[in-house]
Design a protein around this ligand. Sequence first.
Ligand code: WTA
Length: 698
Amino acid sequence: DNKKMRTENHLRHVESMATMPSGACNISHLNAVILGDALATEENDLIFPSHDFSSQAHVPSTDKYLEMYKRSIEDPAGFWSDIASQFHWRQKWGDQVYFENLDVSKGPIKIEWFKGGITNISYNCLDRNVEAGLGNNVALYWEGNEPGFDATLTYTQLLHSVCQLANYLKDIGVGKGDAVVVYLPMLMELPITMLACARIAAVHSVVFAGFSAESLAQRIIDCKPKVVITCNAVKRGSKVINLKDIVDAALVESAQSGFSVEACLTYENQSAMTRENTKWKEGRDIWWQDVIPKYPTNCAVEWVDAEDPLFLLYTSGSTGKPKGVLHTTGGYMVYTATTFKYAFDYKPSDVYWCTADCGWITGHSYVTYGPLLNGASVIIYEGAPNYPNPGRCWDIVDKYKVTIFYTAPTLVRSLMRDGDEYVTRYTRKSLRVLGSVGEPINPSAWRWFFNIVGESRCPISDTWWQTETGGFMITPLPGAWPQKPGSATFPFFGVQPVIVDEKGVEIEGECSGYLCVKSSWPGAFRTLYGDHERYETTYFKPFTGYYFSGDGCSRDKDGYHWLTGRVDDVINVSGHRIGTAEVESALVSHPQCAEAAVVGVEHEVKGQGIYAFVTLVQGVPYSEELRKSLMLTVRNQIGAFAAPDKIHWAPGLPKTRSGKIMRRILRKIASRQLDELGDTSTLSDPNVVDQLIALADC
Ligand code: WTA
């Protein structure tokens, strides 16, 4: 009953705040423009969908949204089973559509959706679409780093490639529940591998191919895969990156810690490196091209329970050890497909490009599974978005007539800095919907994206979600309501976001606080691999009864949500989540580093930059060389994307008398807000602060 009451409260809340494009709405005081009519300027707070756009959209009005949203909250079982029924199930789920306990005081946290339902997500992405007549449609368009290199796979061809790899995996003894670690760049072989694992119920664990050997080794040791799948090298921009060397080093390291990987399947990426130049270990390494094409192009599906694991994806938390986020099959399938369809207003005529790498959750849910479940044509781009020049993205948009373009604010800001002429050189006339993910998009980047890239014709779906949530949580539905530049707007169906204060009390109306979610949704992660206790402690203990996102959020008087960034010790650099503790532990592993404290600072392009305070071992002098060597240590231990933007020499760190580092003060020093240092009298040595300030620009 308590739950019912909370649900009712929530609905009232959303309804009272939902903004109506017409009629008696509480937004009449705002200046508005209509999609396609005018540019979004600073005076215009609201951008309405045009009649044309709305009338053809899956959700054409706020009223329709409210009706669907209401049902999804009042009757989650009915709402989601209706949607789930559109997929192929070998056997339907049991009477109980879902089970949830999100309250630690009532027992272990547990979330289940469609339990007892038997299905396979690879079947639903491929066989189901081929049977529906989409076999000759393009599933994947691959665009190489070098302009002019490209390839395509139809749904039938993709199915065949997936089956060949699946047969190989079965042949070497990979079976249901076995882990497969994947370390591949954006080649078609990456989604092929994910789908092949899913086909035989193996659990893929994709590691972003920008992680270092040590990070890869750490993940291999944690999930103990039967096989690692990689390629010899990749070209990104003008650089060749030798991935096989990184994998070799990781495999040596993992063997030294007692776990040996028996097989390393290696794709020969000829445009980057030939076989002859690739280091090889006989008996362990196998060339993909030598074995996979010999296998049959059909492979029976391993049917699984909806709650059987689909994949593991490691993500950063506030301690040094990455967390293995575990997603299961049925709920994730239904959720990614549905969010994709509605948030991008996907239609069969669309051509879709998401610039994210499959090594991150965005590439899992919205390069591979969500779009393919919808039978979409997806672009996979191997290279750097500004190679050979900052016009490349728009070149690709025109080449494939992309209609939906989904990217990260960091790329928007960097292209914005390169100048409009790179954009306007191309027509971009196919574009219909734009999307943003990874961090809050600042209003000026939003307006540039909207005005210049989309020529004020395309709504922007600013999707807030996380590795843990599996799919979109707060997102515009582009035909349903007006947008505000920089706001992720309203919750997706079935999602009940709440803002709580530090005591965990829900705050209503215009407010800001910690963003939590009450009740489960089908795409939610089910545990942290091998550490259910950490799952409960990190996400469900901070505020009893809720899932805690780790993000701050404010809600304005019209009910729009504005994400304000992480409130824990995680920084978001170019949309990549990096734990400060991970960078600190890499720094202190350097023999000349005594102590390190890392904070995030505002960065013009990356959103946040990494700012590291480093205390050296007694007697070691500061030097440029040492600075470089510290940077290199972080690159080697985590990856280049985690290298600090600034190393600030610190004779000492500001600590309380009990020895706790006062990060609040470090953040102020890092952002040079020196008049906002606040009370420093509780520090064990207040002089430390003056010393730090004196060394700020050394
Ligand atoms: C941030 C990426 C504001 C947020 C999908 C979250 C965002 C973290 C947005 C998850 C957005 C993601 N607006 N912030 N539209 N999207 N974030 O797990 O801090 O790599 O907690 O998932 O990115 O990062 P993750």
